[in-house]
Ligand binder design. Structure first.
Ligand code: GDP
Length: 526
């Protein structure tokens, strides 16, 4: 096996999808713990909040070779190198989250056992479905009273339309939570609550019918046996092909905060989750094992460090390898660029990458020439597909305080939109500038940055747009007629594509009914 093949087969690149508060951060922290097999002082959350926590992480990196970053975390586990891509949670939720999912090879879904399938998870799952991304599921917080495990599986199957194959099964719940039974290995892991970040191991009992089970679990042993019979009758046996096709999700139970069930999850993850696979470009499929480097940009982040005013483009390596100082072709602009200083993002410090392999993420310095969706290669003209724009769900009009600054505003808005967190729409009927975003915080960020970076004082105000759809039609005459009739509601986006801005859902439904030949698209490929 070549070094390239060896390296890429070790790679597991994934993201966690969940609704806020399900336990993503807690689980991330535990995964890192296993990655370094160490006892950890700082927490992932603490790192965000307190500067002093940084030193723990840097120390940690030095000791164990773990790379901890705000957006990408790389850690070794057994023979694998795991890349965990962060999908921002709460208020800072944006299109970045969606697009990050185009850069992973699989996902891990975290479900709160008491809350079941929640709204954000449904949306993220829809995005995973676009690429049939394989998904493992972790049902969390079994140390608390929640819903019946069978009920939760039912809900996942019905709401998320994916078959469930339990890999572990919980024994009791809340105060009666005793551990999990591992169906793969026919063994039971008994739970012992822990605090702090220690990796603990409770007793392990081999075999479901081991008398030790009855000794330690009492009535719960027989309950488990009965339940398992029921579960095995009602659920799907694990089928790796179905998992890899995104049709079935292997399910694990546990408690992230107690670090319980996490190791079983991680072990199965590195075993089941796919290494980088072939990806499609407009021209041809590209195998990760091809010797020549290629990759695409899925995210641009600005001013991560106030001391550096540039923006950083996150590139997912798809084939070949990156070596420090190599020349890459920036396909869209048709130029060759020397990349001496690709980076990963350490907690508080930028560090240069020497080499990177398929599945890895590198950061390129961007002085305005890189856009989301751009492809970089070692010479060939390829264009990776499938990095989408999503129709925004929130809209605001940008109003200038000083009308003389129109030019600066336009420049600023276009550059902000290049990063992809907000989208710009210019109605055909007037000179308004309308911003669209997936999360409301994006507007505040946009106004703040317009002021700070472009010297433009602007406010955003409500506008009566409810949703947007990109408009396409194979018949140019029909399109022209539509353009005439729907003039009031049409706009151009940042790339001069035609967009229908619907004032209400009902309006959109009616318009779609009236114009069956027109395609109204909720996503657009970059
Ligand atoms: P995120 O918003 O998905 O990143 O969720 P966090 O990891 O921040 O967790 C949300 C809350 O749930 C925090 O208060 C955690 O301490 C708590 N939590 C996480 N995992 C568990 C668990 O296994 N059991 C219990 N009881 N609480 C948990």
């Amino acid at each position: 096996m070549s070094q390239l093949e060896e390296q890429l087969h070790r790679r597991r690149t994934f993201a966690i999808i969940s609704h806020p508060d399900a336990g993503k951060t807690t689980l991330t922290e535990k995964l890192l713990l296993f990655g370094g097999a160490i006892q950890l002082a700082g927490t992932v959350k603490g790192r965000k909040a307190a500067r002093h926590a940084t030193s723990d992480w840097m120390e940690l990196e030095k000791q164990r070779g773990i790379s901890v970053t705000s957006s990408v975390m790389q850690f070794p586990y057994h023979e694998s190198i795991v890349n965990l891509l962060d999908t921002p949670g709460h208020g800072d939720f944006s299109e970045d989250t969606y697009r990050t999912l185009t850069a992973v090879d699989s996902a891990l879904m975290v479900i709160d056992v008491a809350k079941g399938v929640e709204e954000r998870t449904i949306k993220l799952m829809d995005v995973c479905r676009l690429r049939s991304t394989p998904i493992l599921t972790f049902v969390n917080k079994l140390d608390r009273e929640g819903r019946d495990a069978i009920e939760v599986l039912d809900e996942i199957e019905n709401v998320l339309q994916i078959r469930c194959a339990p890999v572990t099964w919980p024994i009791g719940m809340g105060k009666r939570f005793k551990g999990v039974y591992d169906l793969r290995h026919d063994r039971t892991h008994l739970f012992s609550a822990t605090h702090g970040g220690h990796i603990q191991s409770g007793e392990v009992i081999e075999g479901l019918n081991n008398p030790r089970m009855d000794e330690l679990l009492g009535d719960q042993a027989d309950e488990l046996r009965e339940e398992l019979e029921l579960v095995q009758g009602a659920s799907h046996p694990l089928d790796l092909d179905d998992y890899l096709a995104g049709q079935q999700t292997p399910v694990f139970f546990g408690s992230a905060i107690n670090n319980f069930g996490v190791k079983e999850l991680l072990d199965a993850f590195v075993e089941y989750a796919p290494p980088p696979l072939a990806r499609t470009t407009r021209e041809r499929p590209v195998e990760p094992s091809e010797p020549k480097f290629s990759g695409f940009v899925f995210k641009i982040q600005a001013n991560m460090d106030p001391a550096h005013r540039d923006r950083v483009a996150f590139l997912r390596v798809c084939s070949g390898s990156y070596k420090k100082g190599m020349k890459m072709r920036h396909v869209r602009i048709g130029k060759s660029v020397q990349v001496a200083n690709a980076i990963t993002f350490q907690a508080d410090e930028r560090r240069q990458v020497e080499e990177a392999w398929p599945g890895d993420i590198i950061g390129l310095h961007n002085h305005g020439t890189i856009q989301i969706g751009d492809t970089f290669t070692e010479g060939e003209d390829l264009k990776y597909e499938g990095v989408p724009y999503f129709a925004p769900e929130l809209f605001r009009r940008v109003v200038l305080k000083d009308p003389l600054k129109t030019k600066a505003l336009q420049k600023g808005v276009l550059q902000l939109c290049e990063e992809g967190a907000t989208q710009v729409f210019r109605p055909l009927k007037n000179n308004d500038i309308i911003l669209g975003a997936v999360g409301v915080l994006q507007f505040e960020v946009a106004a703040y940055r317009l002021k700070g970076e472009y010297g433009v004082e602007a406010v955003v105000e409500a506008v009566s747009v409810n949703t947007a759809r990109w408009v396409e039609c194979d018949d140019p005459k029909m399109l022209a007629r539509f353009q005439e009739k729907a003039y009031e509601n049409l706009a151009l986006d940042g790339d001069d594509q035609l967009v229908y801005l619907a004032p209400t859902r009902v309006n959109l439904d009616l318009t779609q009914e009236r114009w069956p030949e027109i395609r109204f698209l909720a996503t657009r490929e970059l």
